[in-house]
Design a protein. Structure first.
Lengths: 234, 305
């Protein structure tokens, strides 16, 4: 594997391992993450993995771009995929219901299946955490069953409640905080995903695995979930 | 002990320190003062670290009353500040006595003023910083991302350094036209030849869609000709171009990951200058080589020492 390294800012390089999303890339991304962190050590400001790439934000006081490129190339030569899976398996409870998942009915209708079947297909796979982004603790989970892939909403919602479980394209995710959002909402997850006071801060980490478990309303409330229905679809 | 009490605010003034680093892989945005140079200079006037916590005051309309004698400093936008009604010098530190009121009125040049106190304002640190990010409910006086509120009590160090002022060479002349340095970077090679020419040879206007996440520029339509992109993490100053061809320059509160093609990135200094441009204001872009941009950044960082 020969990564492509490109300049993205005066003090940032982007290391591309591939140009297409691929579940087999995860161990390579993890290995690259580890190798770059080790090589750059105190000269690293941030290293941010995404699906196929890592953004390397280095300290321009200590390093020229030429040095940074040389170090990155050196760290990435003879890269081997991470041998052991560092990730944890999380089982996350989800209450799938039209009040908290206002797109459940419309998505089932569009896909020509029952809501029950949609819930079964959404909660069946073990998803990988590809990356965290968009908001603190927001995990991009994939890959979604291709039969469930839909484009984003034409008009994003102004306010998606915290805990909302959503799908778009081949991805699914859970909103850690209330925020605007353009994904289709199927249900709600009652547990907190991000705690800025306690390391490692985010419940989900890149490389972790996630299994969604359908639960009933009483269980959702027992776990501390907020059952307030969503605003009407935009 | 309270040093300053907020007696008037538009609800936009926020505490900002250097920002959060080392946690963008968790989805946490950078934050920090948009005009990092002005914030750093205000701190330098008081002998503080460049990233000590300041109040960022967009558009003025912010007043505080001193509850103790102190020295304060104001840099960035000229907000026509007065102390008990008498003008205070801009880009300078000045003494304040208990009971006096500092009024930051409205911008005469620039957009964002920065108010510094000895050793910085005290605020809880979360993920290594006190920077306020409302969207993420992080930072600020209570740590929950709220902007400063009426009657908030601010405390700081008890030093009272002697008043000093900046030389005019230390900071931008905000009444002069804004010329922003950029590097071609990321997907620039997949923009049309005309776009690469137009970006630096036309005037742009700051759109009114401008906030701490990003600033949209309106002008010639930039055309990306490459394939769809898988989302990647985005650095400060990235010039992303959505399908409508009007670029958005991403600032300190940008989301960590995005998928629009980018024609390049502003230099850190240009980000600071853009932060002082009001909607409707014309700006021009010009390109700089990477090493020249680095040397320019290092020079200004040195001045904050």
């Amino acid at each position: 594997m020969t990564p492509r390294i490109e300049r993205v800012a005066v003090d940032a390089l982007c290391v591309h391992l591939s140009d297409a999303i691929d579940p087999d890339l995860l161990p390579w991304l993890q290995a690259a993450d580890q190798a770059l962190r080790q090589r750059f050590a105190g000269c690293l400001i941030d290293l941010v993995p995404a699906y196929t790439s890592l953004l390397l934000h280095y300290d321009l006081v200590q390093l020229s771009e030429q040095q940074a490129r040389a170090w990155a190339a050196e760290a990435l030569q003879d890269l081997q995929p991470a041998a052991t899976r560092s990730g944890q398996l999380h089982q996350l409870p989800v209450w799938y219901a039209p009040g908290v998942g206002p797109d459940l009915r419309a998505v089932a209708t569009r896909l020509g299946c029952s809501q029950r079947e949609l819930i079964r297909r959404h909660s069946q796979p073990v998803y990988q955490v590809y990356a965290l982004g968009f908001a603190p603790g927001f995990a991009y989970l994939g890959l979604l069953d291709p039969a469930l892939a839909l484009p984003r909403l034409a008009t994003p919602r102004q306010q998606v409640p915290a805990g909302s479980v959503a799908i778009a394209e081949r991805q699914t995710a859970i909103y850690p905080l209330p925020s605007p959002g353009g994904w289709h909402l199927l249900g709600r997850m009652p547990l907190p995903l991000f705690d800025p006071h306690t390391p490692p801060y985010s419940l989900l980490q890149p490389g972790d695995q996630v299994q969604l478990v359908a639960i009933e309303r009483y269980e959702f409330i027992r776990l501390g979930g907020d059952p307030t229905p969503c605003e009407a679809p935009a | 002990m309270t040093l300053l009490r907020v007696v008037k605010t538009l609800g936009l003034a926020q505490l900002q320190d250097g920002g959060r680093f080392g946690c963008r892989h968790l989805g946490v945005t950078q934050g920090g003062p948009l005009d990092w140079l002005a914030a750093g200079l205000a701190n330098r006037l008081l002998g503080n670290a460049a990233d000590a916590c300041v109040v960022e005051i967009p558009w003025g309309g912010f007043s505080v009353r001193a509850e103790q004698d102190t020295t304060l400093a104001l840099c960035g936008a000229d907000l026509g500040a007065t102390l008990d009604g008498k003008p205070v010098s801009h880009n300078a530190s000045f003494r304040v006595r208990a009971g006096q009121q500092l009024d930051c009125r409205s911008p005469r040049s620039g957009v964002r003023g920065y108010l510094a106190t000895p050793d910085g304002f005290k605020a809880p640190r979360l993920l290594g910083a006190s920077a306020t990010v409302g969207r993420e409910r992080l930072g600020g006086l209570q740590g929950d991302g709220r902007s400063l509120q009426l009657d908030d009590q601010l405390s700081a160090g008890s030093r009272r350094p002697a008043p000093v002022s900046l030389s005019p060479d230390d900071y931008f002349d905000l009444s002069a036209p804004a010329i922003l340095s950029m590097l071609f970077a990321a997907e620039y090679a997949q923009f049309s030849g005309h776009s690469l020419f137009a970006v630096t040879n036309h005037s742009w206007a700051v759109d009114n869609r401008a906030d701490r996440m990003g600033v949209r520029l309106t002008g010639p339509r930039l055309v990306y000709q490459g394939p769809g992109l898988v989302s990647t993490a985005i650095p400060l100053g990235s010039i992303q171009v959505p399908p409508d061809g009007q670029p958005i320059i991403l600032l300190q509160d940008r989301q960590t990951i995005g998928g629009y093609p980018r024609i390049g990135a502003l230099t850190p200094l240009a980000v600071a200058r853009l932060a002082q441009c009001a909607p409707g204001q014309p700006v021009r872009l010009h390109t700089l080589g990477q090493e020249a941009a680095r040397q320019q950044t290092l020079l200004w960082l040195q001045r904050l020492q």
